[in-house]
Design a protein around this ligand. Sequence first.
Ligand SMILES: Cc1cc2nc3c(=O)[nH]c(=O)nc-3n(C[C@H](O)[C@H](O)[C@H](O)COP(=O)(O)O)c2cc1C
Length: 198
Amino acid sequence: MQILQIISSAQGTKSHSTQLSQGIIDKLKSAHSGSTVVVRDLAKDPLPYMEEAHLQAYFTPAEGRSPEQQQAVRHSDEAIAQIMAADTLVIGVPFYNFSIPASLKSWLDHLTRAGITFRYTPNGPEGLITGKKVYVAVASGGIYSEGPMQPYDFATPYLRWMLGFLGLTDVTVARAEGVKLPEFQATAVQKGIDSVAV
Ligand SMILES: Cc1cc2nc3c(=O)[nH]c(=O)nc-3n(C[C@H](O)[C@H](O)[C@H](O)COP(=O)(O)O)c2cc1C
C-alpha cells in the first residue's frame, strides 16, 4: 500500500493533526506490512495561490503551452501525480478560523482540473481520482463533533464535499478535538487515533 501523508500544520512535531495522522499511519502500516509513506508537507513546501498564469496554463492544451505556462502547471501536475500514485491518503488538518488552512485550500485548488481530476458529463460532474481511501485527521482547539459549536465546523463538510467532487468518496474523519480545553487536551490525540478502524 502506498500512503500519501499531507501535512498542513506549521507546528512541526508539536502539531496535533500531524500526531493524529502519524497514529493512523502506524495503524495502517501494522495492518498492511510493506506499506510505504510519501510525505507532502504543505507548510514547508506550499503550492502558490492561484494566479492568472496558472489559470491560463490550465485552460491551454498541453501541446500549445508556452515555456512559462509549462512552468505554471508544474506544481499542479506534481500534486496530481502524487495523489494518483497513492492508494490511501492521510490528510492532516489544523482547524483554523472554523475552516482549513490556506495551504490546504491552495493544494485543493491546484488539484481540481477539468478533464484531469474531474470532468463534466451529461449527468453532472464526475470525479476522476477514484479507488482510494482517505483519512482526514482534524485537530481543533474546541469541540465540533457535537454540541453547540458543531454548526460552525466549515472544515469537514467542505473537505467531504470537495474530496467527493474529485472522486474521493471513501472518507473517514478522525478528530483530535478540544486541544485547548484542559479537560480534553491530554487525551485528544489518542481518542482520535482510537476512533479509527483500519
Ligand atoms: C490561526 C489559528 C486559528 C485557529 N482557529 C481555531 C478555531 O476557529 N477553532 C478552534 O477550535 N481552534 C482554533 N485554533 C486552534 C487549533 O485548531 C489547534 O491549535 C490545533 O491543534 C491546530 O492544529 P495543529 O496542532 O495540527 O497545528 C486555531 C489556531 C490557530 C493557530
